[in-house]
Design a protein around this ligand. Structure first.
Ligand code: TTP
Ligand code: MG
Length: 369
């Protein structure tokens, strides 16, 4: 593959920054965005926090109660997540970013990869100018800051974006890759979680440089062929993953005709559950999770009725899918007098389950070629 220039743009403390934008008066205070579980007043976890709150040790994932302890006697702001609001802002920013890319790939609500090889003619000086223009445009038009990493591939761009935050811009040219990586802790590599980190420590591997110098055969013995090879290549900054638009389906659905027209919940449910199983197996195959569940009822007179439910956060299990279908059907049948002729189930608002899994799998597909 010829040399590329790839950028990763990651919006800074995204949910909390959206809240600051909505209400600038909280800007200088610690801002903590929370997912309240609703069990007791303060049960739940921190979704994210602004950098002022992070100075007190508040970060994504910790219990809200713990965050409150850390910010005891401090004038801090605790807010519930408002995903719809963040999604709206995210959509607008992604539209801006897309315009600056030869190839564009959104990877989460606040992150996107841009392949800018052609428009920068492979020149890092131009890439830096482009990154500055992008930062300015997001700030001017959407009032948000972001951090950008620029490098020869996605792996390096991602680590570079994390290197300096918030409002950072880090360029790593091809001849700087090895020295840039060498002193970083292995945790910085995508795919190295707490467990792997521990395992690597027992092998005396703490930095990416040490990982790169470690015998690849031994890595394979410990982690298996896939992961061992991936770690070895990653530690040398090798990554051939293309930046590519996600072509996830809008929705997955199945529909079937009942043996006879009926409004009997039990009969309709039996059939619906079979359809749920089929839809779910497609989701599993493609590694997708869903936020919306719908039922479709085609009446004897061929009129089409549908009902949906959308969750705030993506769901991955079959039980929730079936339970939602049941609730929707129960409600529909109790409220209407329709005899069903055909019945369908659908999931939509789909997203990828595991970013890493995909990266790893396609990486190994590539190495096999
Ligand atoms: P991140 O980009 O990981 O975090 P961030 O944008 O808050 O902070 P940073 O400046 O370090 O980029 O995640 C994007 C959003 O996703 C974040 O604003 C809130 C949400 N999120 C969670 O809800 N739970 C989590 O554990 C994480 C990591 C993020
Ligand atoms: Mg972010």
């Amino acid at each position: 593959m010829k040399e590329r220039i790839v950028m990763l743009i990651d919006l800074d403390y995204f949910f909390a920054q959206c809240e600051e934008r909505r209400n600038p008066s909280i800007k200088n205070k610690p801002v903590v965005v929370c997912v309240y579980s609703g069990r007791t007043e303060d049960s739940g976890a921190v979704s994210t926090a602004n950098y002022t709150a992070r100075r007190y040790g508040v970060k994504s994932g910790i219990p809200i109660l713990l965050a409150k302890q850390k910010l005891k006697d401090i004038d801090a702001v605790f807010l519930p997540v408002d995903k719809e609001f963040y999604r709206e802002i995210s959509d607008k920013i992604m539209e801006i970013l897309r315009r600056y890319a030869d190839y564009f790939e959104q990877v989460g609500i606040d992150e996107a990869y841009l392949d800018v090889t052609q428009r920068t003619k492979g020149n890092y000086h131009e890439a830096k100018e482009l990154a500055t223009i992008i930062k300015d445009e997001i700030l001017t038009h959407q009032d948000l800051t972001c951090s950008i990493g620029v490098g020869p591939n996605k792996l390096i761009a991602k680590i570079a974006a994390d290197f300096q935050k918030p409002d950072g811009l880090t360029l790593v040219k091809p001849n700087e890759v090895v020295s840039f990586l060498s002193n970083l802790p292995v945790r910085r590599l995508v795919g190295v979680g707490r467990k792997t980190d521990k395992k690597l420590k027992t092998l005396e591997i703490r930095t990416v440089g040490q990982l790169g110098n470690f015998d690849v055969q031994k890595l394979i013995e410990v982690f298996g062929k896939k992961l061992g090879t991936y770690f070895h290549n990653a530690s040398l900054g090798i990554d051939e993953e293309p930046v590519q638009e996600r072509n996830e389906p809008e929705s997955v659905s199945r529909i079937s005709t009942l043996k006879k027209n009926t409004k009997d919940l039990a009969i309709i449910l039996d059939e619906s559950y079979l359809l749920c199983d089929e839809v779910y197996s497609v989701l599993l195959q493609r590694g997708l999770i869903y936020r919306s569940v719908s039922i479709i009822i085609i009446a004897g007179n061929l009129r089409v009725h549908s009902r949906s439910k959308t969750f705030e956060n993506p769901k991955s299990d079959l039980e929730v899918f079936k339970k939602t279908v049941k609730e929707l059907l129960e409600k529909f049948l109790s409220e209407s007098n329709v005899e069903a002729r055909r019945i369908g189930v659908k999931v939509s608002n789909l997203s990828k389950k595991e970013e890493l899994q995909k990266q790893l799998t396609s990486f190994f597909d590539f190495t096999k070629k």
